[in-house]
Design a protein around this ligand. Structure first.
Ligand code: FES
Length: 347
């Protein structure tokens, strides 16, 4: 029974609208309808696509472990290209197999459906059910166990790459976010834009920091041998913004009055939302602005959040001056820098 049979062909529509239904062009049976051998070949081709999809998924998993990205761009490219290729083959092959199945093996009878009211009567619902049964028969899913099983297998393993991608979210940061290169007596130096060598370090004298100025600052010693393995990581964690404000404008908590020096204050540059560098300082309002999602921090009140999605203030670096008049840290940050995370209360 066809859809045309259910809805009485085009006659009702013609009566209502007064037009002549040109009908369908002559139906040409496909080679797979005429030749059982061709149908068998098509069936194998579809199964081959589903098997290729499985190969793509397995390739994704194997290359994920085989080509672990290292420190070089080349290794990262190799990893991304390889897993990307696996995912593309896995997804494309399922789609290609399904299209070939529909084009060559599912029933291709043609029919005309008239528009009808939305919401079916019981009779229509029974008809719909019958059509569903008919579709099941015509798709051959019950009669062709090879196709059904390979499709089910391909779909079943297709989500595995997602599991591996989620694995990349870990491991948990542990205590990595709780320690930076700052410590008692470490000098504040100007950020030259790269990794400063010991010779090129430019420490900051407190008397050179004028009211209204702001400096991008790093800890002295970041280019030393002991940090040579991951200098960029260390730099990213320890980056600081240094500003000088008229001390009368600072609203400091009693327990933090000793953390600044004559209006010079230092705060972590890593946004507490998701970690972008907070790089914009408005010296008239004393606001620090994160360009990523516009979180705004008030420097006069310990960088509390006054706008945007960040949930906690920027951590403050306690500073003082050494005997030569250079700015130094009193300690590491008393709290973790960077985005808020679930372990933040467990140093
Ligand atoms: S990372 Fe700064 S506001 Fe989102």
């Amino acid at each position: 029974m066809t859809s045309k049979d259910h809805f009485g062909g085009g006659s009702q529509l013609e009566e209502l609208n007064g037009f002549t239904n040109p009908g369908l062009p002559e139906h040409k049976p496909r080679v797979t309808d005429r030749d059982p051998k061709a149908a068998k070949i098509a069936e194998r081709q579809v199964a081959a696509w589903f098997i290729l999809s499985m190969v793509g998924t397995i390739w994704f998993i194997v290359s994920y472990f085989l080509f672990t990205p290292g420190e070089t761009m080349q290794s990262i490219r190799l990893h991304n290209t390889s897993v990307g290729l696996g995912a593309a083959v896995a997804m494309f092959s399922i789609g290609a197999g399904a299209v070939l199945w529909a084009k060559n093996l599912m029933s291709d009878h043609e029919g005309i459906d008239e528009r009808h009211d939305i919401g079916g009567s019981e009779e229509d619902q029974a008809v719909a059910l019958e059509i569903l049964h008919q579709a099941k028969e015509e798709s051959g899913i019950a009669r062709r166990p090879l196709l059904r099983n390979t499709l089910i297998a391909a779909l079943a393993i297709a989500p595995l790459p997602a599991v591996l991608v989620f694995r990349d979210l870990g491991p948990l940061p542990g205590d990595k976010m709780f320690n930076t290169l700052w410590g008692k007596g470490v000098r504040l130096i100007q950020d030259p834009g790269g990794i400063p060598s010991t010779e090129s370090e430019r420490p900051i004298r407190a008397q050179d920091v004028t009211i209204g100025s702001a400096y991008h600052v790093l800890p002295s010693g970041i280019g030393n041998e002991e940090n040579a393995e991951h200098p960029l990581n260390e730099k990213a964690k320890a980056a600081v913004l240094l500003m000088r404000i008229d001390p009368k404008e600072l609203k400091e908590e009693p327990d933090r009055k000793e953390w600044s020096h004559e209006g010079i204050v230092a705060y972590s540059k890593i946004c507490t939302h998701v970690g972008c560098p907070v790089a914009l300082y408005e010296h008239q309002t004393h606001h620090l602005l994160c360009p990523c999602h516009q979180s705004t921090f008030d420097v006069t009140e310990h960088c509390k959040v006054i706008f945007g999605p960040a949930k906690r203030p920027l951590p403050q670096l306690p500073i003082s001056v050494d005997s030569d008049g250079y700015l130094v840290a009193q300690s590491d940050f008393p709290e973790p820098v960077g985005p808020t995370f679930w372990e933040i209360n467990h140093p």
